[in-house]
Design a protein around this ligand. Sequence first.
Ligand SMILES: *[C@@H]1O[C@H](CO)[C@@H](O)[C@H](O)[C@H]1NC(C)=O
Ligand SMILES: *[C@@H]1O[C@H](CO)[C@@H](O)[C@H](O)[C@H]1NC(C)=O
Length: 367
Amino acid sequence: MLDLLLVATAFFTLLTNAVAFPPPEPCTGNCTGYVHDPSVVRRNDGRYFRFTTNGRINIATAPSITGPWTYQCPALPKCSKINIKGKCDLWAPDVIKVDGKYYMYYSVSSMGSKTSDIGVATSPNMECGTWTDHGSIGIPTGSWNRIDANFLSISPKSTGYMLWGSFWTGIWQARMAIPPLRVVENVKTVHLEQNTTKRPENRPTGPSEGGFQFRWRIGNKDWYYLFFSSGGCCNVPPKLAPPGEEYKVMVCRSDRPEGPFVDKRGRNCATKNGGTLVYWGQGNTFAAGGQGVMYDGGLNKVVMYYHYIDRKVGYAYEKFKFGWNVLRFGNDGWPVVVPWDRKNVRRDDGLEREAVDETFPRTADVD
Ligand SMILES: *[C@@H]1O[C@H](CO)[C@@H](O)[C@H](O)[C@H]1NC(C)=O
Ligand SMILES: *[C@@H]1O[C@H](CO)[C@@H](O)[C@H](O)[C@H]1NC(C)=O
């Protein structure tokens, strides 16, 4: 068993070392601290809003994804209306613009607990003091944990897709009513992702969480990507996750928003432990995850942002850093993290041009 494990670990190390992942791109200002599970939205006027886990959801703003980031305020100073443990320590915000209004989904939970729920607040412009809490969105209880919400809107006139789930039975999806304040009547839950692979050292079975849906057009076809974080998110020496078991970003893909999702090798992500590695911290970068993906109209690039540990700064929870990288969708339609080409901030290929002009203004991430 140990031998097998060693072989598996060595193989993973080989695999991941074969691909060099660029380090996080520059970030200035407030980039360290309570920046877990970021959600970034670029407003029409070019101002960037960053929402992060803890407290009453931290809002920071910047003129660019690179910063300088300035902390502004808690989004929900009066806590959440959802009256369970954690209502004043909210997690995993997800902000999206739908039909001219900003929706912020958030989780109320506590470490290791399945007594959780997802709530929503709305704002006309994302500024401090403008967020109105509406409480629970009404996802039923089940084998899943109701945390880590992410909403995909196809159009304000159709029922969009709410994603949630973590740790227990992976990632799930359900349709939202119009406007997206609640799940639809007689809601049906769809299982999109689960990893049942046995992990070393009696660790819990392949936790996956922080799912994020991203739509991208390649040629004339819209593809739906399911990004998620897999592995152990938070640990400090000497109990660091062994190689291959650290937090990392995986992706699956489908030609329909409700799946089924498969990985690059064609493995089903709900039933066959599928998932293709997108980002794995190397060198001083460790345990990157809690990611989101947006088309960044400022850089004219698709950007993936996330939190990570900088080994030089420390592993403690309050030392986490905000990171981002450019994603490129290759000819095969799979996203790859590439170094940011600063000299070339103008649109530099057809895919991006298409997104600027047509495909993406329908969703909030492309303001
Ligand atoms: C940076 O932002 C965090 C919230 O993400 C906040 O707790 C902290 O006070 C901010 N630091 C400064 C120096 O503004
Ligand atoms: C599934 O879990 C195994 C064991 O923890 C891990 O090595 C692998 O990377 C995971 N795969 C996905 C797709 O998350």
